[in-house]
Design a protein around this ligand. Structure first.
Ligand SMILES: Nc1nc2c(ncn2[C@@H]2O[C@H](COP(=O)(O)O)[C@@H](O)[C@H]2O)c(=O)[nH]1
Ligand SMILES: [Zn+2]
Length: 799
């Protein structure tokens, strides 16, 4: 249901739910998608989302979940078929992969690596798509590996079409084309289906306001946090300030009034026209949300007028013309309170509002004036002075269209009028602040950074995602086991006894903290387990989901063993898809019950502009870097260390000993990801098939793990030790030959070479074992398990 609130759910649970969505539609069996491949794919997608306020994994989940809800409610497969649904769900999962938290307008204006790479054409969406297909290149994650190349081509086209459709710069184009086909929609016309799919993913992407207020509002806060972060960066870097992100221009209600009224609702209503089943489900809630924000906006205006009249009165008393600003002796607050939550809270209508709101931790949405120029046009043409009470700014769609130099036509549409759009970017009248390139360079030096080294991929793809700290192949099974064990250990009983979940219980799937997050008042909201009985009941249902998924889908030895030992043969034969479906819905049911720029002067000017542009670009990269590594740059250009927005911290969950242990495991897996990333950077080079013979670098072969991974030369150099080995007689290196090995790979670390052979590629491969467990751990942490090295060097190096 659209009322679903993902907040209380752990990341791993959300991953499991994503898996369940595929199973629910029987996509795995219909398209021979191996369940382990699906899990690997989901986990890899998860790892490629960043810990940014809004465009994170949870946003991806919500979008996919909305797509799922819509699809179920309108019986989508009957209209567009299973393959399109598979494309849609996969597109939702991938649609914001590796989003940096700064949108296309920023990417283009700041001339980031992405904007340059994609020539300003949907840089982010192209990147999300590219990352998606990098993930799918890996056989272990390729959920489409069973498809023929022709089918894969079709799927790839579909995913690209869907993900690129999420660029808001294309909103009007897509909506206009869609509206044209509504009266003549033909499910057999591929162009119509394509347009419907584009609209479906767009609707899902911006559907937060279709959810209950208590679910939607925290998302708005996160979005505004990301908006303000970008507009603050734009001000600092002398870029055009994106008006709808400017904390001095917008308020929460003004932002929503223009977004919902001008962008969201027209789209939803168009979809509702074609699929009337969606009117009650998502269109009406959006209308209610608009109504709510309009009233809130009106009330805010009223409050401003009242404040102005008080100022006028006071000014009169002091013989100060009311049109002038009151002098400092008149202590009337200007704007700090005009949009404050506290004031909003006291607004009389609010008490009657059906949409209750939270008040804590709200971003400072104080309004102010600031004339911002975008492409020669004063935003005052569109945005009125917030002090006038009409603090509306140009919508994201308008600004995105103006920022984009090129207009992209909707592919494969019905041939209905391709629209031409006004306002290609005329050049920028950028507001340049006091920062020059040398200052920026100094900043970078202070950060001990080499500007040229800051390519997007390096700090984006190479960033350490503070994600689930366990290895993908096992985690779901492991999670199911943990969950089950908790239940078996009688956690529910402990909760019952104490009615107070202490530290020891924070690992509980539905901990008290989590339960507190569940305190929802909306009647549409998902379950609030207000009692231990309800908690236990959810836990029991969760157990059944995992248990049944295990039985049907988790063909994993660990799970099998665990099940055998823990259930002692007493398995239930209730794992049919329908039964699993019933179980899942039984949870949903229970949830419902509980609530929910010729002369020297000119040249000089040109040089200045060039330097400014360079500076901006460097700054942009630098800031991307600092963002990635958890630093922030304040207006005095100082580096401030800050805590990373880890998934866990954002969800206020503490780390348990179990989780710490898993973090170590996660690091090993991350090291492997880094190796794979060195590959990704060659994205502008012709694709080389991933076969061992063509691979350059060092091959690390895991022992004891049936894994094989590659490392760049650079990565291995830091670990390698040169030793001489007589290749011809294939004699084994002795441990004494390793005596000059630098720490930590001392000779004593190597006990035995069990195998030694030349590979077909002329490489030497060696198996070795390490004596010291500690050293072994060091090496394992640095690479990937006990390993041997194969190399084409004449002077082989072993680690
Ligand atoms: N002012 C608001 N803007 C919103 C809201 N929900 C979404 N959005 C904007 O739409 C894009 C969607 O594209 P994405 O693929 O990047 O997610 C998003 O970036 C927001 O800018 C909203 O409720 N209010
Ligand atoms: Zn999105």
């Amino acid at each position: 249901m659209p009322s679903f609130d993902a907040t209380p759910w752990e990341d791993e649970e959300l991953l499991l739910l994503l898996q369940t969505m595929f199973l629910e539609f029987d996509l795995c069996s219909k398209f021979a998608i191996d369940i382990n491949t699906l899990r690997n794919f989901l986990y890899e997608a998860y790892k490629n989302y960043n810990d940014v306020p809004f465009h994170n994994f949870r946003h991806c989940f919500c979008v996919t979940q909305m797509m799922y809800s819509i699809s179920r409610n309108v019986n989508i497969t009957e209209k567009i078929g299973d393959l399109e649904l598979l494309i849609l769900l996969t597109s939702c999962i991938c649609h914001d992969l590796d989003h940096p938290g700064y949108n296309n307008i920023y990417q283009i204006n700041a001339k980031t690596e992405l904007a340059i790479r994609y020539n300003d054409i949907s840089p982010l969406e192209n990147h999300h798509c590219s990352v998606a297909f990098r993930i799918l290149e890996n056989e272990e994650c390729n959920i489409f590996k069973c498809f023929s190349s022709e089918e894969f081509k079709q799927i790839r086209e579909g995913i690209i079409r869907c993900i690129l459709a999420t660029d808001m710069a294309r909103h009007n184009e897509i909506l206009t084309n869609f509206k044209d086909i509504i009266p003549i929609f033909d499910a057999n016309d591929k162009s119509h289906v394509n347009l419907l799919c584009m609209v479906l993913i767009k609707v899902s992407d911006i559907s937060n306001e279709a959810r209950p207020m208590d679910v939607a509002e925290p998302w708005l806060d996160k979005l505004l946090l990301e908006f303000f972060k970008q507009s603050d960066a734009e001000k600092l870097e002398g870029l055009p300030v994106t008006p709808f992100m400017d904390r001095e221009k917008i308020t929460k209600p003004s932002s929503q009034c223009s977004f919902i009224g001008l962008v969201l609702l027209p789209l939803f209503e168009a979809l509702g026209e074609l699929l009337p089943e969606l009117i009650n489900l998502i269109v009406q809630p959006v209308r209610d949300a608009l109504d709510y924000y309009r009233r809130l906006n009106e009330a805010t205006k009223e409050e401003r007028l009242q404040r102005k009249s008080i100022v006028a009165e006071l000014a009169e008393q002091n013989n100060t013309p009311s049109s002038q600003s009151p002098d400092s002796s008149i202590a009337v607050p200007k704007s700090s309170s005009n949009t404050s939550v506290k004031i909003k809270k006291s607004l009389s209508f609010q008490q009657n509002s059906s949409r209750s709101r939270s008040t804590d931790d709200e971003p400072d949405l104080s309004s102010g004036s600031g004339n911002v120029l975008i492409d020669g046009q004063s935003l005052d043409d569109v945005a009125e002075d917030p002090e006038s009470g009409e603090s509306e700014t140009a919508t994201e769609v308008e600004v995105s269209e103006k920022t984009l130099k090129f207009k992209i036509s909707t592919e494969s549409t019905s041939g209905t009028g391709r629209k031409s759009y006004p306002g290609s970017r005329k050049g920028s009248r950028e507001k340049v602040q006091n920062l020059n390139s040398s200052e920026l360079t100094r900043m970078i030096q202070r950060g001990k950074l080499r500007a040229g080294a800051l390519s997007f991929d390096q700090h984006c793809l190479g960033s350490s995602n503070k994600k689930l700290s366990f290895d993908p192949p096992e985690f779901l099974d492991e999670y199911a086991i943990i969950l089950k064990k908790k239940l078996e250990d009688g956690l529910a009983n402990q909760c019952d006894e104490d009615d107070d979940i202490d530290d020891n219980h924070q690992d509980c799937v539905l901990s008290k903290e989590t339960l507190n997050l569940n305190k929802r008042n909306s009647e549409h909201s998902v379950k609030i387990p207000s009692s231990i009985d309800e908690t236990r009941s959810i836990l029991k249902c969760s157990e059944k989901i995992y248990s049944n998924n295990e039985k049907l889908q988790m063909n994993n030895t660990k799970v099998q063993e665990h099940r055998l030992s823990s259930e002692n043969g007493a398995s239930e034969d209730n794992g049919s898809p329908q039964k699993i479906s019933d179980k899942i819905y039984s949870i949903n049911d229970q949830s419902d019950k509980c609530s929910d720029v010729g002369s020297s002067a000119k040249e000089e000017k040109e040089n200045i502009t060039l330097n400014e542009n360079k500076a901006r670009s460097i700054f942009a990269r630098f800031r991307q870097f600092t963002d990635r590594f958890g630093f922030s740059v304040d207006k005095d250009s100082r580096l401030k260390s800050s805590k990373n927005n880890s998934v866990k911290s954002s969800s206020a969950r503490s780390s348990t000993p179990t989780k710490s242990k898993k973090k170590l495991e996660g690091m090993k897996s991350y090291c492997k990801s880094l190796e794979e990333m060195s590959d990704r950077r060659a994205s502008t080079l012709p694709k080389i098939k991933k076969s061992g013979t063509h691979k350059k670098g060092w091959k690390l072969l895991g022992l004891g793990k049936e894994k094989e991974c590659w490392a760049s030369d650079a990565a291995v150099d830091t670990l390698t030790v040169a030793i001489s080995v007589d290749k011809d007689n294939q004699s084994l290196a002795s441990t004494s030959q390793l005596s000059d090995c630098p720490s930590p790979k001392k000779a004593t670390d190597i006990r035995q070479f069990s195998k030694y052979q030349h590979t077909d590629e002329g490489k030497i491969q060696m198996d070795c074992k390490f004596v010291s467990n500690q050293k072994m751990n060091d090496l394992q942490n640095a690479t990937e398990g006990p390993f041997v090295v194969a190399t084409s060097d004449k002077d082989p190096k072993f680690i």
